[in-house]
Design a protein around this ligand. Structure first.
Ligand SMILES: Nc1nc2c(ncn2[C@@H]2O[C@H](COP(=O)(O)OP(=O)(O)O)[C@@H](O)[C@H]2O)c(=O)[nH]1
Ligand SMILES: [Mg+2]
Length: 635
């Protein structure tokens, strides 16, 4: 059995509800007020079986201009439209508006039913048919069948049933792919059962026992039972009209406009990027104007942001951002309609391109490029530009899929290409986070700068702790990116990672060398030490630095003539060392030679200093060692 859903459309009193009754035997005007006033206020639902194994659900919509919003709710999700035009009146305002809405909602096909033919002459019928044909020229119903009927006499109803069967044969059932999605169009309570919601299932399969989340409210419930066209079923499938009995939810806790989805997968949004078509019959739509957005069974006041112009003229199309007062659950590709407040007319509509874009600067070329790509059909370009827009924050692969509407398989293919070409970098596995190569390099750069600045500020350290460096990532970036960035820096030989410490590799001491303050401190410590200065090890302890970095500082001080290397671990300030030399040469001039213990007495140095100093004077050719004594070396 093939399941399809058709919707009625057309001006009030043109005979839509009567037609549905003539076709199905079901009176869809159930409300007391509807009976009393003879008009449709709420959506009505009926169904019939057509030859060829088709079960056709019919959504009967109100034609009154005050209830266009209800019509929009009913027209969402239909497979084709029956445009009802009374033969005695012809095309009227809501005939036009409903046809516009169907076009904007992307209803793909339909047929036209000329009703009340019992009220007109044969000749008049010919004229009206011609008028209707002319009116439809250029629209998606241009070559649709026009079927004359009378619901009163039953004339033409069989022919209509045949036309419906033929149309249905040419239409494919919806693929029940993806998670289920049921925009609620009615809520009521059934004595003994509790809350029941109905709707046209847009995608997936909903089963008895399923957990559901109601969005945007976020309430959860469980499916206690399902009916499809009045019959109990274990499941409802995309394209069917279903009634779902919900457990754990009062009837006032869910309303029309909300959507049932599996829990935890989706979120409602207040900002959407869209492709916006303005109706040729509408008026100028200004940047920042407030309209009403209708999509599925939901609606919200919305502000229109035009990123690349001030004004959308009738008949033009443009990228736009809609800022919604109420959060709605929207998906890429969802059709929508925009209506003005006063007069309450339909001004345009289009398709959702990105259900969760950031707010951005207007006139951003990048943004327009992204929206345009999302409007196209190149999954790779969509993904690439979404990742580019995420800049240093990166974007999860699943989010790129959600925002672009690119399905799982094409998404994988696109990612595979982009990653293997190196245009994108995966920085995290779970969730799978993506950055562009440029953003990744920028983060690497920022870490290197942070590392260097740290070493300038802490000149006696030779590296930065990992945790400390991680904290240097920009706030927009996820600290969890750190691992991938550091690994890449190490792989490229830009840093050395030693256990918990990250060190620069090349020109290791450039920032350290630049630091005058540290060297001043070292030079001062040596001067203060006089003839018994702190050793390198002691200096390192005192200044909380590594010996390695101190040796770098000392090497510079030696070059600058501010320190003298006496042994590998001992440096002197020049003045006290020169004083020692002077005293020694004076002594040797008078005495000729000196023993180590003699030098100890002369200088007052302890053994620890005395030997290296004596050896230093030997190597600098002040003295010459002869056996156990030193003599002046004569140049
Ligand atoms: N003579 C005649 N009257 C009709 C026909 N179809 C509907 N009507 C009448 O037109 C009025 C409006 O019909 P209804 O189905 O409620 O129109 P809707 O507003 O489009 O749903 C009612 O009084 C109907 O009885 C028809 O085929 N022939
Ligand atoms: Mg009606």
């Amino acid at each position: 059995m093939k399941h399809l859903v058709a919707g009625t459309a057309g001006h009030i009193d043109h005979g839509k509800t009567s037609l549905v009754k003539a076709l199905t035997g079901i009176d869809t005007d159930r409300l007391k007020e509807e009976k009393a006033r003879g008009i449709t206020i709420e959506l009505g639902f009926a169904h019939l079986e057509l030859p060829g194994g088709v079960r056709l659900g019919i959504v009967d919509v109100p034609g009154h201009e005050r209830f266009v919003r209800t019509m929009v709710a009913g027209a969402g999700g239909i497979d084709f439209v029956m445009l009802v035009i009374a033969a005695d009146e012809g095309v009227m305002p809501q005939t036009r508006e409903h046809l516009d809405i169907c076009r904007l909602l992307g209803v793909p096909r339909g047929l036209v039913v000329l009703t009340k033919v019992d009220l007109v002459e044969e000749e008049w019928l010919g004229l009206v048919t011609e008028e209707v044909r002319e009116y439809l020229a250029g629209s998606f119903l241009e070559s649709a069948a026009i079927v004359p009927v009378s619901s009163r006499t039953g004339a033409g109803i069989d022919a209509l049933r045949e036309a419906l069967a033929q149309m249905s044969r040419g239409l494919a059932e919806r693929e029940p792919a993806g998670p289920f999605r049921l925009p609620v169009d009615r809520v009521f309570t059934m004595p003994g059962f509790g809350t029941v919601v109905t709707g046209t299932l847009w995608s997936g399969i909903i089963r008895t026992g399923d957990a559901v989340e109601v969005l945007p409210s976020g309430r959860t419930a469980r499916v206690r039972g399902i009916q499809v066209y009045g019959r109990k079923e274990a499941q409802g499938v995309a394209g069917q009209r279903v009634a779902v009995n919900l457990q754990g939810l009062d009837h006032d806790e869910v309303t029309r406009g909300e959507t049932l989805v599996p829990p935890g997968l989706f979120r409602a949004t207040r900002t959407v990027d869209v492709h916006l078509d303005s109706l040729p019959s509408s008026r100028d739509l200004k940047h920042r104007s407030t309209v009403r957005m209708h999509s599925g069974t939901a609606e919200s006041p919305a502000q229109v942001i035009l990123p690349d112009r001030e004004l959308l003229r009738p008949g033009e199309a443009a990228p736009a951002q809609l800022r919604l007062r109420n959060p709605l659950l929207l998906f890429p590709g969802d059709p929508f309609v925009l209506r003005c407040y006063s007069p309450a007319t339909t001004v345009g509509g289009g398709r959702v391109l990105d259900p969760a874009p950031p707010r951005r600067r207007r006139r951003s070329e990048d943004a327009v490029e992204l929206i345009t790509a999302l409007d196209g059909d190149d999954p790779q370009e969509k993904v690439r530009l979404l990742v580019r827009e995420s800049r240093l924050s990166g974007i999860a692969a699943s989010e790129a899929g959600f925002r672009s509407g690119v399905g799982a398989t094409p998404l994988e293919q696109a990612l595979h290409q982009l990653l293997s070409r190196g245009e994108l970098v995966q920085v995290l596995k779970e969730p799978r986070m993506l950055l562009t190569r440029e953003a990744f390099s920028e983060l690497e750069e920022q870490l290197l700068v942070a590392l260097n600045s740290y070493l300038v500020a802490n000149p006696l350290r030779e590296g930065v702790g990992k945790e400390e460096l991680k904290g240097c990532l920009p706030k927009r970036s996820d600290p969890r990116f750190f691992g991938a960035i550091l690994a890449d820096l190490a792989r490229e030989g830009k840093v050395l990672v030693e256990r918990d410490l990250v060190k620069p590799v090349t020109e290791i001491s450039a920032p350290v060398l630049a630091c005058e303050g540290v060297r001043d401190a070292v030079a001062a410590a040596l001067r203060q030490g006089g003839i018994e200065p702190p050793t390198v090890r002691e200096l390192a302890e005192k200044l909380a630095a590594t010996e390695k970095s101190l040796l770098e500082h000392l090497a510079v001080l030696v070059r600058e003539g501010r320190a003298v290397r006496v042994s590998s671990g001992l440096y002197y300030a020049p003045e006290p060392l020169n004083a020692l030399r002077d005293r020694l040469t004076e002594f040797l001039k008078e005495q000729g030679e000196i023993t180590p213990s003699g030098f100890r007495d002369l200088s007052g140095l302890s053994r620890k200093f005395m030997i290296p100093v004596l050896e230093h004077f030997d190597s600098t050719k002040v003295t010459i060692r002869v056996g156990d004594v030193r003599r002046l070396r004569r140049g």
